[in-house]
Design a protein. Structure first.
Length: 73
């Protein structure tokens, strides 16, 4: 995983703040809530994700599981 410089972290926090999130960790917390809700629908359990990439990967996987589940009903 690529490490961001302090300047890049500040820019990321600023950009996330402009779209309604308090920063990186607020966005990550929001994605973890989405993943938790999707996991309930999918009938799966997921651990809390520690970075945005993992959170997005988890959400994508759960979305595929849910889509396949409802396509087969």
């Amino acid at each position: 995983m690529t490490r961001l410089s302090k300047e890049e972290w500040n820019l990321l926090d600023d950009l996330l703040g402009k779209i309604g999130f308090g920063g990186y960790y607020d966005m990550l917390e929001y994605l973890n809530m989405v993943a938790s809700d999707l996991a309930k629908i999918a009938g799966k359990e997921v651990d809390k994700q520690r970075n945005l990439k993992d959170a997005i990967t988890t959400i994508s996987g759960l979305t595929i599981i849910i889509k396949r589940k409802y396509e087969n009903e």
